[in-house]
Ligand binder design. Structure first.
Ligand code: CA
Length: 222
């Protein structure tokens, strides 16, 4: 599970943001001051509000960067007049301007994580809620029970699990699982998705209308 340090002093922003990120499958630790952010344990990503009550957010950003290579997304108010050059100098990986859309923020988080974290080795098992995939032997378990998949069904599930919970477009799936010169009907994709749902659980793979599919968030509240 990806752990996020959320540094934000305004509860009207941090509370819905924390709840939303947890629904997306992130674990979230909240720090309401710059000092608390600097003392916190190691995380996979930091969301850093620049307007903090105790320390200058820019100093917090530089200090975090000096201490580790953790990806940092800066959250700024419009009046902060921040620019990309300054952010790079501070060591931030990206930024969003308040008020921002939750979907946009999640997309930024996933993009930064993709850029900054190495992909897990091909042989490493993937665990996501009730789903377990062992790529080394192309073995899939769901709720502890082995699932018999065709090679294409397996490839499709593995493509969705490469970045669990993230949206994968129909085009990406077709390119990954079939090939770029594949001229068959896109119905084939839907047939394979339906079959995967039947063999696991109808809620395992979510349809994102007009886009593609993703693995459902693995948190129990979803
Ligand atoms: Ca603030």
């Amino acid at each position: 599970m990806v752990s996020v340090l959320l540094v934000e002093d305004d509860p009207s922003i941090s509370q819905p943001l924390q709840a939303g990120l947890e629904r997306e499958g992130f674990s979230v630790e909240l720090a309401t001051t710059g000092a608390a952010a600097l003392e916190s344990k190691k995380h996979d990503l930091v969301l850093l509000d620049l307007g903090l009550p105790d320390l200058d957010g820019r100093v917090v950003c530089q200090s975090l960067r000096a201490a580790s290579s953790v990806p940092i997304i800066v959250v700024t108010a419009r009046q902060d007049e921040i620019d990309r050059v300054m952010l790079l100098e501070l060591g931030a990986d990206d930024y969003v301007v308040k008020p921002f859309g939750f979907r946009e923020l999640v997309a930024r988080i996933r993009a930064v994580l993709r850029r900054t974290t190495a992909q897990p080795a091909e042989s490493e098992p993937v665990e996501w809620g009730p789903l377990r995939i062992d790529p080394r032997i192309r073995h899939v378990e769901f709720n502890g029970e082995p699932v018999e998949l065709t090679p294409k069904e397996y490839d499709l599930l593995a493509a969705l699990a490469a970045d669990p919970g993230a949206a994968v477009t129909r085009e990406q799936l077709i390119n990954n699982v079939w090939d770029e010169n594949w001229w068959g009907s896109t119905k084939t994709l839907d047939v394979h998705i339906a079959s995967l749902r039947k063999k696991t659980d109808s809620s395992l793979i979510q349809t994102i209308r007009g886009v593609g599919f993703r693995l459902a968030p693995s948190t129990s509240e979803s």
